[in-house]
Design a protein around this ligand. Structure first.
Ligand SMILES: [Zn+2]
Length: 231
């Protein structure tokens, strides 16, 4: 169970640098980003046929020495030539509607759900981001931000189910199912059944991501997540 061990450290998510994000934008501008998204969900046309539609600008918050830096990034929208559906392509560091990168979200959530002792506050205090310069700034990661991130990951049910199915197809005798069934969360971390479900969903997703990396040497993000509609 090497992969669970890796996740427990919570330190395996290498955050993208400002340079990584700038390079992605540069590639978007130069037309070097190809559609690596799934086929059109409406008419099944391969994304290779998609036409470049437009470019959107998004802000990302990148911690540098624990201070948040704001980086602008260009995201590409494709258009299906048959039905005109527009599909936004997420780079491997982005989640829909999140200004922090995917790696920040995974890392902080893992530190909360993988450690029975941790509280939202303890995770934030372990690695205060944004606090030094912006004591009352919305840009600091606070408890409510982390609380929401856990919910976001916990709600990715389609993605979890698809990843689980693909892992079983690849290795029917794998211990993944048994392992997922053992994932629990201490009762003091939730007050409602709904929250409990989200916490366990979040843990499952983190373990599925680790298993997927181990078996397929790839992340669930962004391709499988896009195919699952980030749901
Ligand atoms: Zn279409």
């Amino acid at each position: 169970m090497q992969y669970t061990q890796k996740l427990k450290t919570g330190n395996d998510f290498s955050y993208p640098s400002i340079k990584d994000i700038e390079n992605y934008s540069k590639n978007v501008r130069k037309g070097k980003v190809t559609p690596t998204i799934p086929k059109c969900p409406v008419c099944n046309i391969s994304s290779e046929e998609f036409k470049r539609h437009d470019v959107r600008e998004r802000q990302f918050f990148i911690p540098v020495n624990q201070i948040i830096q704001i980086v602008f990034c260009l995201l590409l929208r494709w258009r299906c030539p048959a039905c005109n559906k527009r599909i936004l392509q997420y780079p491997d560091f982005a989640l829909p509607y999140k200004r922090y990168t995917l790696q920040t979200v995974l890392d902080f959530c893992a530190r909360y759900v993988e450690n029975d002792q941790s509280t939202y506050k303890s995770v934030i205090l372990e690695d205060v981001i944004g606090y030094q310069e912006y004591p009352n700034d919305y840009r600091q990661i606070d408890r409510s931000t982390l609380w929401r991130w856990v919910g976001t990951l916990g709600r990715l049910k389609n993605l979890s189910q698809t990843a689980h199915r693909l892992l079983l197809e690849f290795s029917p005798a794998s211990f993944v199912s048994r392992h997922l069934a053992t994932l629990a969360v201490p009762a003091r971390k939730y007050a409602t059944a709904v929250r409990k479900k989200l916490l366990i969903g979040c843990r499952k997703l983190l373990h599925l991501e680790a298993a997927y990396q181990q078996y397929f040497a790839a992340s669930l993000f962004p391709n499988l997540a896009t195919a699952s509609g980030f749901s």
